[in-house]
Design a protein around this ligand. Structure first.
Ligand code: ADP
Ligand code: MG
Length: 234
């Protein structure tokens, strides 16, 4: 319990920092991107390769700043009643190409008659995008990723994303979700931190199980609409 509290304290500090910094970084970044574009058109082939590298690096800064912006914009959050199947359909359509390229099969296992969820659609999409993307990235050799959506009692819903990747070693498990903790060359290490934070705001729970060499399962539990609408008032 105490750990959870400390963690959310940390997150709000990060959120506040993000609000100021992300905004300040974005404008000069846009102008840099524009001028490198202009330069590229004036350079020879060999030199213009350097511009390509500069632009990739600028894109990378932009990616990190955008992920930070998510933390910094609580006022844009809009809750409404949504069907989780619809949200998953749109997320899966975004990730389809990446899955095909990785030889990954997204296997859907959905209960019928799922409860409606009171949620911020874009934020929930972002969480599922992060989690399914992590699962695909964990299986570069391909295979099945199972996405299970089940009713939990009468008042909640559970979404599980199960991969058969290398899993997360026990000593690394405690660092997962720490800002900037990543084992990927091109990772930001912000995805899981943001996901946890979003699910907390939805009064849900976010759990990760992992077994080395067997794979990883992420479970997101969300309260059904009637229940969470009451909770939102507090
Ligand atoms: P990023 O994906 O940018 O690295 P995340 O916060 O999404 O940032 O994930 C942090 C780290 O957690 C990853 O770098 C990886 O080491 C580990 N991780 C997350 N999901 C999985 C998974 N499904 N299988 C194995 N490792 C994972
Ligand atoms: Mg990620």
């Amino acid at each position: 319990e105490e750990d959870l509290l400390i963690q959310s304290e940390k997150l709000s500090v990060v959120g506040q920092l993000a609000a100021g910094v992300a905004h300040e970084i974005r404008n000069p970044l846009t102008s840099l991107k524009g001028f490198t574009q202009l330069l590229k058109s004036k350079l020879r082939d060999r030199e213009s390769n350097f511009i390509d590298i500069m632009q990739e690096e600028l894109d990378r800064i932009n990616l990190i700043v955008n992920e930070f912006m998510t933390l910094a914009k609580p006022h844009l959050i809009q809750y409404s009643d949504k069907n989780v199947k619809e949200i998953l359909r749109s997320v899966i359509s975004v990730l389809e190409t990446q899955a095909i390229l990785a030889n990954v099969n997204l296997v859907k296992d959905y209960d019928e008659n799922l409860p409606i969820i009171y949620c911020d659609e874009n934020q929930l999409k972002q969480v599922l995008l992060n989690v399914i993307k992590n699962a695909i990235e964990a299986m570069p050799q391909g295979g099945d990723i199972r996405i299970t959506v089940k009713k939990k009692g009468t008042e909640a819903l559970s979404i599980q994303v199960q991969d058969h990747g290398p899993g997360i070693p026990a000593d690394m498990m405690e660092r997962i979700g720490e800002p900037f903790f990543t084992t990927k060359a091109d990772g930001t290490g912000l995805g899981l931190m943001i996901s946890r934070r979003i699910i907390d705001a939805h009064q849900g729970t976010f759990r990760i199980w992992s077994e080395p060499d067997r794979g990883t399962t992420v479970e997101i539990e969300l309260p059904a609409s009637g229940r969470s609408r009451q909770l939102q008032k507090y």
